[in-house]
Design a protein around this ligand. Structure first.
Ligand SMILES: *[C@@H]1O[C@H](CO)[C@@H](O)[C@H](O)[C@H]1NC(C)=O
Ligand SMILES: *[C@@H]1O[C@H](CO)[C@@H](O)[C@H](O)[C@H]1NC(C)=O
Ligand SMILES: *[C@@H]1O[C@H](CO)[C@@H](O)[C@H](O)[C@H]1NC(C)=O
Ligand SMILES: *[C@@H]1O[C@H](CO)[C@@H](O)[C@H](O)[C@H]1NC(C)=O
Length: 266
């Protein structure tokens, strides 16, 4: 979103603020007295993977009932755009009741992912209802961003992925395994319950339009954090990124839809 708006603003009228280990990045447009903030909390609720630098933990643990640590940064915005999906993609989630500081005395449970996703969205909904002034603040939830990890979905070998793809999927009404419709249903239900309580959070349903775009991921053309091994170099699909998206690209379309909703063209 910042890419879309910042190019038309002269350098002296804009600024970017962040510290190397902060979850919050702020973009400011001085002339318009407007701020666009990005706050990174991949599971919305609190977890042991929240650190913006040190978050690649195999043993992910969520504090399913706690969100305030992150959410206190969101309360006063005029427009809030939420989203959480990819980080939930595993069969079970470990939850802790108790604190990470005193992890030894915590109570731990393994919970099936769908149930834990539902619980997290309940925590989030309760927070939204109580802490956000929904007369003043417009709220949106962006749907799942699909992945293209297994090429048999579009008629190639299962071991292949988005690597070397140059053309969208041209099937009618296409859905691949990169979207979890059960999770989509849980988001839909959470938003419907909020609506019943008088709180309007609009879903920007970008999933299927993105499903077609197997060619729009960075694949091998991204920054690599570690040097590639001989074996990886021989097999480029093994290090292809089929989760994130190229820019300019599909996320610009998501932003255009958001724009249409904010200004009421929908
Ligand atoms: C960020 O790093 C600074 C020093 O490097 C430290 O004092 C601070 O607590 C860190 N903040 C977070 C959120 O980890
Ligand atoms: C800029 O926005 C802030 C927060 O909404 C407001 O308090 C302030 O008065 C505004 N400044 C100007 C110059 O409009
Ligand atoms: C919520 O926002 C509206 C519109 O800006 C304002 O009139 C109202 O006082 C706010 N309510 C609270 C509880 O701050
Ligand atoms: C999102 O859109 C798809 C069609 O692209 C539809 O099947 C699905 O039900 C929608 N999801 C929700 C939660 O409304």
């Amino acid at each position: 979103m910042v890419c879309l708006v910042e190019s038309v603003i002269q350098p002296k009228f804009k600024s970017l603020h962040y510290t190397h280990n902060s979850s919050l990045i702020k973009f400011k447009s001085k002339e318009y007295n407007a701020t666009i903030e990005f706050y990174w909390s991949p599971l919305l609720v609190e977890s042991n993977s929240d650190d913006p630098l040190m978050h690649r933990l195999p043993d992910r643990i969520v504090r399913i009932q706690e969100i305030e640590k992150h959410a206190r940064y969101w309360t006063d915005a005029d427009i809030i755009v939420f989203n959480t999906y990819l980080w939930w993609k595993r069969t079970y989630m470990t939850m802790i009741w108790g604190s990470f500081e005193d992890a030894e005395h915590g109570i731990y449970k393994e919970v099936p992912m769908l149930r834990s996703y539902e619980m997290a969205l309940k925590t989030w909904s309760d927070w939204v209802e109580i802490h956000v002034n929904h007369t003043k603040t417009k709220m949106f939830f962006i749907g799942m961003s699909p992945t293209h990890q297994t090429a048999d979905e579009w008629g190639k070998r299962r071991e292949e992925n988005c690597y070397s793809e140059t053309w969208p999927i041209m099937k009618q009404d296409y859905w691949g395994r990169g979207s979890n419709k059960n999770m989509m249903g849980i988001v839909g239900d959470a938003l419907a319950k909020l609506r019943d309580r008088g709180v309007d959070v609009k879903l920007i349903n970008i999933t299927q339009l993105s499903e077609y775009r197997k060619e729009a991921h960075p694949s091998i053309y991204r920054k690599q954090w570690d040097a590639l091994t001989e074996e990886q170099l021989r097999n480029p699909s093994s290090y292809s990124d089929c989760n994130h998206w190229c820019l300019p690209g599909v996320p610009d379309v998501w932003n255009e839809l958001l724009y249409a909703h904010i200004f009421g063209y929908s």
